[in-house]
Design a protein around this ligand. Sequence first.
Ligand SMILES: Cc1cc2nc3c(=O)[nH]c(=O)nc-3n(C[C@H](O)[C@H](O)[C@H](O)COP(=O)(O)OP(=O)(O)OC[C@H]3O[C@@H](n4cnc5c(N)ncnc54)[C@H](O)[C@@H]3O)c2cc1C
Length: 372
Amino acid sequence: MMTDNLIIGGGVYGAAVAFELTGRGAGAHLIEASHIGAGASAGPGKRGVRASGRDPREIPLIRQSRKIWPSLHERLRVAPLFEQSGHVMLIERAEDMAEAEARAALQSTMGIPTEMVYGDAVRDYEPEVCDQVCAAMICPGDGVADHTATTKAYAAAARAAGAVVEEDVSAARLVCQGSLATGVECADGHHYPVTGNLFVLANAGVSALVGGHVDLPVWNNAFQVLLSTPLDDVPIRHLVGHAHRTLSLKSEPGNRIMISGGYQGRWDYERQTGQTVASEIAANVADAVAVFPSLEGIEIEVADAGHLEAVSIDRVPVIDRLPGLDNVYFATGWSGHGWAIAPAIAALLAAWALDGVAPAELAPLAMSRFTA
Ligand SMILES: Cc1cc2nc3c(=O)[nH]c(=O)nc-3n(C[C@H](O)[C@H](O)[C@H](O)COP(=O)(O)OP(=O)(O)OC[C@H]3O[C@@H](n4cnc5c(N)ncnc54)[C@H](O)[C@@H]3O)c2cc1C
Protein backbone atom coordinates (compact mmCIF):
# COMPACT_ATOMS: atom_id res chain seq x y z
CA MET A 1 0.00 0.00 0.00
CA MET A 2 1.38 3.44 -0.96
CA THR A 3 1.62 5.86 1.98
CA ASP A 4 0.62 8.78 -0.19
CA ASN A 5 -1.71 10.81 2.06
CA LEU A 6 -0.14 12.75 4.91
CA ILE A 7 -2.18 13.84 7.94
CA ILE A 8 -1.02 16.44 10.47
CA GLY A 9 -2.61 15.99 13.91
CA GLY A 10 -3.39 12.97 16.06
CA GLY A 11 -6.71 14.02 17.58
CA VAL A 12 -10.02 12.46 16.66
CA TYR A 13 -10.02 14.12 13.23
CA GLY A 14 -6.54 13.01 12.18
CA ALA A 15 -7.07 9.50 13.52
CA ALA A 16 -10.56 9.15 12.01
CA VAL A 17 -9.46 10.44 8.60
CA ALA A 18 -6.56 7.95 8.66
CA PHE A 19 -9.08 5.21 9.47
CA GLU A 20 -11.47 6.27 6.70
CA LEU A 21 -8.66 6.54 4.12
CA THR A 22 -7.32 3.07 4.88
CA GLY A 23 -10.89 1.74 4.88
CA ARG A 24 -11.14 2.89 1.27
CA GLY A 25 -7.84 1.24 0.35
CA ALA A 26 -5.76 4.43 0.36
CA GLY A 27 -2.51 4.98 2.22
CA ALA A 28 -2.35 7.19 5.31
CA HIS A 29 0.62 8.55 7.24
CA LEU A 30 -0.23 10.54 10.35
CA ILE A 31 2.24 12.76 12.19
CA GLU A 32 1.42 14.07 15.67
CA ALA A 33 3.49 16.66 17.56
CA SER A 34 3.00 14.96 20.92
CA HIS A 35 0.96 11.77 21.36
CA ILE A 36 -2.40 10.48 20.12
CA GLY A 37 -5.05 12.34 22.10
CA ALA A 38 -2.77 15.12 23.33
CA GLY A 39 -5.25 17.84 22.36
CA ALA A 40 -8.98 18.48 22.68
CA SER A 41 -9.91 14.90 21.79
CA ALA A 42 -8.86 13.52 25.15
CA GLY A 43 -8.95 14.48 28.82
CA PRO A 44 -11.23 14.10 31.83
CA GLY A 45 -14.88 13.08 31.55
CA LYS A 46 -16.86 12.51 28.38
CA ARG A 47 -17.89 14.65 25.42
CA GLY A 48 -21.44 15.55 24.48
CA VAL A 49 -22.77 14.12 21.21
CA ARG A 50 -25.39 16.79 20.85
CA ALA A 51 -27.48 18.04 17.94
CA SER A 52 -29.77 20.16 20.08
CA GLY A 53 -28.99 23.86 20.08
CA ARG A 54 -26.42 23.63 17.31
CA ASP A 55 -26.17 25.98 14.35
CA PRO A 56 -28.49 24.78 11.55
CA ARG A 57 -25.45 24.47 9.24
CA GLU A 58 -24.16 21.67 11.47
CA ILE A 59 -27.43 19.74 11.75
CA PRO A 60 -26.96 17.60 8.59
CA LEU A 61 -23.51 16.61 9.89
CA ILE A 62 -24.67 15.68 13.37
CA ARG A 63 -27.60 13.81 11.81
CA GLN A 64 -25.11 11.71 9.82
CA SER A 65 -22.83 11.30 12.82
CA ARG A 66 -25.67 10.11 15.05
CA LYS A 67 -26.17 7.24 12.60
CA ILE A 68 -22.49 6.29 12.99
CA TRP A 69 -22.03 6.69 16.76
CA PRO A 70 -24.13 3.77 18.10
CA SER A 71 -22.17 1.10 16.18
CA LEU A 72 -18.82 2.88 15.80
CA HIS A 73 -17.27 0.61 18.44
CA GLU A 74 -18.02 -2.41 16.24
CA ARG A 75 -16.14 -0.87 13.31
CA LEU A 76 -13.24 -0.01 15.61
CA ARG A 77 -13.43 -3.37 17.46
CA VAL A 78 -13.60 -1.94 20.98
CA ALA A 79 -16.14 -1.77 23.83
CA PRO A 80 -19.13 0.60 23.34
CA LEU A 81 -18.12 4.26 23.11
CA PHE A 82 -21.48 6.07 22.85
CA GLU A 83 -24.38 6.25 25.28
CA GLN A 84 -27.72 7.72 24.16
CA SER A 85 -28.56 9.68 27.30
CA GLY A 86 -30.78 12.30 25.66
CA HIS A 87 -30.20 16.05 26.05
CA VAL A 88 -32.27 18.35 28.24
CA MET A 89 -31.82 22.10 27.78
CA LEU A 90 -33.27 23.86 30.80
CA ILE A 91 -35.03 27.22 30.60
CA GLU A 92 -35.48 29.60 33.53
CA ARG A 93 -36.37 32.88 31.77
CA ALA A 94 -39.52 33.61 29.80
CA GLU A 95 -37.44 35.55 27.25
CA ASP A 96 -35.58 32.35 26.25
CA MET A 97 -38.78 30.46 25.41
CA ALA A 98 -39.40 31.69 21.86
CA GLU A 99 -35.90 30.80 20.67
CA ALA A 100 -36.13 27.33 22.21
CA GLU A 101 -39.51 26.73 20.59
CA ALA A 102 -38.16 27.85 17.21
CA ARG A 103 -35.14 25.58 17.60
CA ALA A 104 -37.25 22.58 18.63
CA ALA A 105 -39.47 23.03 15.58
CA LEU A 106 -36.55 23.53 13.16
CA GLN A 107 -34.57 20.60 14.56
CA SER A 108 -37.58 18.30 14.25
CA THR A 109 -38.09 19.41 10.66
CA MET A 110 -34.40 18.72 9.97
CA GLY A 111 -34.61 15.13 11.24
CA ILE A 112 -33.61 15.69 14.89
CA PRO A 113 -36.81 14.96 16.87
CA THR A 114 -37.02 17.58 19.64
CA GLU A 115 -39.90 18.51 21.92
CA MET A 116 -40.67 21.25 24.41
CA VAL A 117 -41.97 20.42 27.88
CA TYR A 118 -43.36 22.98 30.31
CA GLY A 119 -43.83 23.43 34.04
CA ASP A 120 -43.71 20.33 36.21
CA ALA A 121 -43.33 18.05 33.17
CA VAL A 122 -39.64 19.10 33.19
CA ARG A 123 -39.30 17.26 36.50
CA ASP A 124 -40.26 13.98 34.81
CA TYR A 125 -36.88 14.31 33.06
CA GLU A 126 -34.79 16.09 35.69
CA PRO A 127 -36.57 15.79 39.07
CA GLU A 128 -34.06 17.86 41.05
CA VAL A 129 -33.99 21.12 39.10
CA CYS A 130 -34.62 24.38 40.96
CA ASP A 131 -38.06 26.01 41.12
CA GLN A 132 -37.11 28.66 38.55
CA VAL A 133 -36.86 26.09 35.73
CA CYS A 134 -40.09 26.58 33.79
CA ALA A 135 -39.51 24.63 30.56
CA ALA A 136 -37.04 22.41 28.75
CA MET A 137 -36.12 21.44 25.21
CA ILE A 138 -35.78 17.64 25.05
CA CYS A 139 -33.71 15.89 22.38
CA PRO A 140 -33.84 12.13 23.06
CA GLY A 141 -31.33 11.06 20.36
CA ASP A 142 -28.41 13.02 21.83
CA GLY A 143 -25.87 11.43 24.14
CA VAL A 144 -22.28 11.26 25.33
CA ALA A 145 -19.16 9.46 24.16
CA ASP A 146 -15.86 8.49 25.73
CA HIS A 147 -13.63 10.82 23.74
CA THR A 148 -10.26 9.54 24.93
CA ALA A 149 -11.16 5.92 24.18
CA THR A 150 -12.68 6.82 20.80
CA THR A 151 -9.65 8.78 19.64
CA LYS A 152 -7.26 6.01 20.64
CA ALA A 153 -9.53 3.39 19.06
CA TYR A 154 -9.63 5.29 15.74
CA ALA A 155 -5.82 5.52 15.72
CA ALA A 156 -5.39 1.84 16.63
CA ALA A 157 -7.88 0.75 13.96
CA ALA A 158 -6.14 2.93 11.35
CA ARG A 159 -2.80 1.39 12.31
CA ALA A 160 -4.27 -2.11 12.12
CA ALA A 161 -5.51 -1.29 8.61
CA GLY A 162 -2.03 -0.24 7.50
CA ALA A 163 -1.75 3.46 8.40
CA VAL A 164 1.57 4.75 9.70
CA VAL A 165 1.08 6.74 12.91
CA GLU A 166 4.11 8.67 14.17
CA GLU A 167 4.16 10.56 17.46
CA ASP A 168 6.55 13.33 18.59
CA VAL A 169 6.75 14.76 15.06
CA SER A 170 5.87 18.44 14.84
CA ALA A 171 5.02 19.90 11.42
CA ALA A 172 6.58 23.35 10.93
CA ARG A 173 5.59 24.38 7.39
CA LEU A 174 4.02 23.19 4.18
CA VAL A 175 6.31 22.80 1.16
CA CYS A 176 4.51 23.72 -2.07
CA GLN A 177 5.17 23.69 -5.79
CA GLY A 178 2.66 25.41 -8.05
CA SER A 179 -0.83 24.32 -7.08
CA LEU A 180 0.27 21.33 -4.99
CA ALA A 181 1.74 20.69 -1.56
CA THR A 182 4.69 18.38 -2.13
CA GLY A 183 5.77 17.92 1.45
CA VAL A 184 5.87 19.02 5.05
CA GLU A 185 8.97 20.26 6.82
CA CYS A 186 9.14 19.35 10.49
CA ALA A 187 10.53 21.21 13.47
CA ASP A 188 13.61 18.94 13.51
CA GLY A 189 14.27 19.60 9.81
CA HIS A 190 12.91 16.24 8.67
CA HIS A 191 11.01 16.38 5.37
CA TYR A 192 7.86 14.31 4.77
CA PRO A 193 6.93 14.03 1.08
CA VAL A 194 3.31 14.32 0.01
CA THR A 195 2.51 12.45 -3.19
CA GLY A 196 -1.26 12.36 -2.63
CA ASN A 197 -3.27 14.62 -0.34
CA LEU A 198 -2.32 16.58 2.76
CA PHE A 199 -4.81 16.91 5.63
CA VAL A 200 -4.07 19.68 8.13
CA LEU A 201 -6.13 18.51 11.13
CA ALA A 202 -4.14 20.02 13.97
CA ASN A 203 -7.05 21.98 15.56
CA ALA A 204 -5.30 24.76 17.55
CA GLY A 205 -2.24 24.36 15.32
CA VAL A 206 -4.00 24.74 11.95
CA SER A 207 -3.90 28.55 11.69
CA ALA A 208 -0.11 28.64 12.07
CA LEU A 209 0.41 25.93 9.45
CA VAL A 210 -1.88 27.42 6.78
CA GLY A 211 -1.09 31.04 7.70
CA GLY A 212 0.92 31.78 4.55
CA HIS A 213 -2.05 30.76 2.40
CA VAL A 214 -5.15 31.95 4.22
CA ASP A 215 -5.97 34.09 7.25
CA LEU A 216 -8.50 32.18 9.31
CA PRO A 217 -10.85 34.14 11.62
CA VAL A 218 -9.99 31.60 14.31
CA TRP A 219 -8.29 31.73 17.72
CA ASN A 220 -7.66 29.26 20.55
CA ASN A 221 -9.41 28.83 23.91
CA ALA A 222 -8.58 26.58 26.87
CA PHE A 223 -12.04 25.42 27.95
CA GLN A 224 -12.46 24.27 31.53
CA VAL A 225 -13.76 20.88 32.69
CA LEU A 226 -14.54 20.05 36.33
CA LEU A 227 -15.06 16.56 37.77
CA SER A 228 -16.65 16.20 41.20
CA THR A 229 -15.72 13.83 43.98
CA PRO A 230 -18.16 10.88 44.29
CA LEU A 231 -21.66 12.01 45.32
CA ASP A 232 -24.10 10.10 47.54
CA ASP A 233 -26.86 10.88 45.04
CA VAL A 234 -26.22 12.00 41.47
CA PRO A 235 -29.01 14.45 40.60
CA ILE A 236 -28.26 14.57 36.83
CA ARG A 237 -30.24 12.12 34.65
CA HIS A 238 -29.33 13.30 31.11
CA LEU A 239 -26.79 15.36 29.25
CA VAL A 240 -27.97 18.73 30.57
CA GLY A 241 -27.53 22.18 29.06
CA HIS A 242 -28.98 25.55 29.85
CA ALA A 243 -30.58 28.30 27.78
CA HIS A 244 -28.76 31.26 29.36
CA ARG A 245 -26.15 29.90 31.78
CA THR A 246 -22.70 28.77 30.63
CA LEU A 247 -23.41 25.27 31.84
CA SER A 248 -23.21 21.67 30.73
CA LEU A 249 -23.65 18.75 33.14
CA LYS A 250 -23.08 15.03 32.70
CA SER A 251 -23.10 12.11 35.09
CA GLU A 252 -19.79 10.26 35.07
CA PRO A 253 -18.66 6.84 36.31
CA GLY A 254 -18.08 6.48 40.05
CA ASN A 255 -21.08 8.66 41.05
CA ARG A 256 -19.28 11.78 39.85
CA ILE A 257 -20.59 14.60 37.71
CA MET A 258 -18.80 16.65 35.10
CA ILE A 259 -19.40 20.42 35.05
CA SER A 260 -18.40 22.40 31.96
CA GLY A 261 -20.09 24.51 29.29
CA GLY A 262 -17.59 27.15 28.22
CA TYR A 263 -15.79 28.69 31.18
CA GLN A 264 -12.08 29.07 30.41
CA GLY A 265 -8.65 28.59 31.86
CA ARG A 266 -5.44 30.29 30.70
CA TRP A 267 -3.06 28.82 28.14
CA ASP A 268 0.69 29.10 28.62
CA TYR A 269 2.07 29.05 25.05
CA GLU A 270 5.66 28.66 26.22
CA ARG A 271 4.99 25.55 28.28
CA GLN A 272 2.08 24.42 26.07
CA THR A 273 -0.13 23.79 29.10
CA GLY A 274 -3.37 25.24 30.41
CA GLN A 275 -4.07 26.39 33.94
CA THR A 276 -7.48 26.72 35.52
CA VAL A 277 -8.61 30.03 37.02
CA ALA A 278 -10.22 30.01 40.49
CA SER A 279 -12.93 32.55 39.61
CA GLU A 280 -13.95 30.54 36.52
CA ILE A 281 -14.19 27.35 38.58
CA ALA A 282 -16.30 29.14 41.20
CA ALA A 283 -18.62 30.60 38.55
CA ASN A 284 -19.13 27.22 36.85
CA VAL A 285 -19.91 25.52 40.18
CA ALA A 286 -22.25 28.37 41.20
CA ASP A 287 -24.24 27.93 37.98
CA ALA A 288 -24.51 24.18 38.60
CA VAL A 289 -25.70 24.69 42.19
CA ALA A 290 -28.18 27.39 41.14
CA VAL A 291 -29.88 24.93 38.79
CA PHE A 292 -29.47 21.76 40.91
CA PRO A 293 -29.64 23.00 44.55
CA SER A 294 -28.78 19.54 45.94
CA LEU A 295 -25.25 20.09 44.58
CA GLU A 296 -24.63 22.69 47.32
CA GLY A 297 -21.24 21.91 48.90
CA ILE A 298 -20.05 19.83 45.93
CA GLU A 299 -16.30 19.24 45.91
CA ILE A 300 -14.18 19.32 42.77
CA GLU A 301 -11.64 16.52 42.38
CA VAL A 302 -10.30 17.39 38.91
CA ALA A 303 -10.14 20.87 37.36
CA ASP A 304 -8.65 20.84 33.88
CA ALA A 305 -7.95 23.43 31.20
CA GLY A 306 -5.19 21.53 29.44
CA HIS A 307 -6.85 20.86 26.08
CA LEU A 308 -6.68 23.74 23.64
CA GLU A 309 -9.54 24.21 21.16
CA ALA A 310 -9.77 26.45 18.08
CA VAL A 311 -12.78 28.79 18.04
CA SER A 312 -14.10 30.51 14.92
CA ILE A 313 -15.62 33.96 14.61
CA ASP A 314 -19.14 32.60 13.99
CA ARG A 315 -18.70 29.57 16.28
CA VAL A 316 -19.04 27.19 13.36
CA PRO A 317 -16.12 25.04 12.11
CA VAL A 318 -14.09 26.04 9.06
CA ILE A 319 -13.53 23.10 6.70
CA ASP A 320 -12.16 23.59 3.22
CA ARG A 321 -9.52 22.94 0.62
CA LEU A 322 -6.66 25.39 1.01
CA PRO A 323 -6.96 28.21 -1.57
CA GLY A 324 -4.39 27.77 -4.34
CA LEU A 325 -3.42 24.23 -3.31
CA ASP A 326 -5.45 21.46 -4.94
CA ASN A 327 -4.37 18.66 -2.59
CA VAL A 328 -4.54 20.28 0.86
CA TYR A 329 -7.61 19.98 3.13
CA PHE A 330 -7.95 21.63 6.52
CA ALA A 331 -10.49 21.64 9.33
CA THR A 332 -10.50 23.73 12.49
CA GLY A 333 -12.53 26.29 14.46
CA TRP A 334 -14.61 23.61 16.18
CA SER A 335 -15.62 26.15 18.84
CA GLY A 336 -16.17 23.57 21.57
CA HIS A 337 -18.41 21.25 19.56
CA GLY A 338 -16.23 19.42 17.06
CA TRP A 339 -16.60 16.13 18.86
CA ALA A 340 -20.16 15.14 18.01
CA ILE A 341 -19.73 15.66 14.27
CA ALA A 342 -16.29 14.05 13.91
CA PRO A 343 -17.31 10.62 12.51
CA ALA A 344 -19.31 12.11 9.63
CA ILE A 345 -16.82 14.85 8.79
CA ALA A 346 -13.86 12.44 8.77
CA ALA A 347 -15.68 10.18 6.29
CA LEU A 348 -16.64 13.17 4.11
CA LEU A 349 -13.08 14.58 4.10
CA ALA A 350 -11.64 11.22 3.03
CA ALA A 351 -14.28 10.88 0.30
CA TRP A 352 -13.67 14.45 -0.92
CA ALA A 353 -9.93 13.88 -1.29
CA LEU A 354 -10.21 10.45 -2.90
CA ASP A 355 -13.22 11.04 -5.16
CA GLY A 356 -12.48 14.67 -6.00
CA VAL A 357 -16.06 15.79 -5.35
CA ALA A 358 -16.69 18.40 -2.65
CA PRO A 359 -19.43 17.06 -0.32
CA ALA A 360 -22.51 19.30 -0.31
CA GLU A 361 -22.81 18.93 3.49
CA LEU A 362 -19.46 20.70 3.96
CA ALA A 363 -20.22 23.65 1.67
CA PRO A 364 -21.80 25.80 4.45
CA LEU A 365 -18.60 25.41 6.49
CA ALA A 366 -16.26 26.63 3.73
CA MET A 367 -14.09 29.76 3.88
CA SER A 368 -16.32 31.42 1.28
CA ARG A 369 -18.81 32.35 4.01
CA PHE A 370 -16.28 34.96 5.17
CA THR A 371 -15.42 36.30 1.73
CA ALA A 372 -18.70 36.28 -0.20
C1 LIG B 1 -12.94 20.97 27.40
C2 LIG B 1 -13.59 20.66 26.09
C3 LIG B 1 -14.89 20.17 26.07
C4 LIG B 1 -15.49 19.86 24.85
N1 LIG B 1 -16.75 19.36 24.85
C5 LIG B 1 -17.32 19.00 23.69
C6 LIG B 1 -18.61 18.41 23.67
O1 LIG B 1 -19.22 18.18 24.72
N2 LIG B 1 -19.17 18.09 22.46
C7 LIG B 1 -18.51 18.33 21.29
O2 LIG B 1 -19.07 18.04 20.22
N3 LIG B 1 -17.27 18.86 21.28
C8 LIG B 1 -16.66 19.19 22.44
N4 LIG B 1 -15.40 19.71 22.45
C9 LIG B 1 -14.71 19.90 21.16
C10 LIG B 1 -14.03 18.64 20.65
O3 LIG B 1 -13.45 17.90 21.69
C11 LIG B 1 -12.96 19.07 19.64
O4 LIG B 1 -13.54 19.94 18.69
C12 LIG B 1 -12.35 17.91 18.89
O5 LIG B 1 -11.88 16.94 19.79
C13 LIG B 1 -11.22 18.43 18.00
O6 LIG B 1 -10.54 17.34 17.44
P1 LIG B 1 -9.22 17.58 16.57
O7 LIG B 1 -8.72 16.25 16.17
O8 LIG B 1 -9.47 18.59 15.52
O9 LIG B 1 -8.22 18.32 17.57
P2 LIG B 1 -7.24 17.81 18.72
O10 LIG B 1 -7.80 16.70 19.47
O11 LIG B 1 -6.84 19.03 19.46
O12 LIG B 1 -6.02 17.23 17.90
C14 LIG B 1 -5.12 18.05 17.20
C15 LIG B 1 -3.76 17.42 17.36
O13 LIG B 1 -2.85 18.11 16.51
C16 LIG B 1 -1.59 18.13 17.15
N5 LIG B 1 -0.81 19.20 16.54
C17 LIG B 1 -0.96 20.54 16.69
N6 LIG B 1 -0.05 21.20 15.96
C18 LIG B 1 0.69 20.25 15.32
C19 LIG B 1 1.80 20.31 14.43
N7 LIG B 1 2.32 21.49 14.05
N8 LIG B 1 2.32 19.15 13.99
C20 LIG B 1 1.81 17.95 14.37
N9 LIG B 1 0.76 17.84 15.22
C21 LIG B 1 0.22 18.99 15.69
C22 LIG B 1 -1.91 18.35 18.61
O14 LIG B 1 -0.85 17.90 19.44
C23 LIG B 1 -3.19 17.53 18.77
O15 LIG B 1 -2.93 16.23 19.28
C24 LIG B 1 -14.77 20.05 23.64
C25 LIG B 1 -13.47 20.53 23.66
C26 LIG B 1 -12.87 20.83 24.87
C27 LIG B 1 -11.46 21.33 24.87
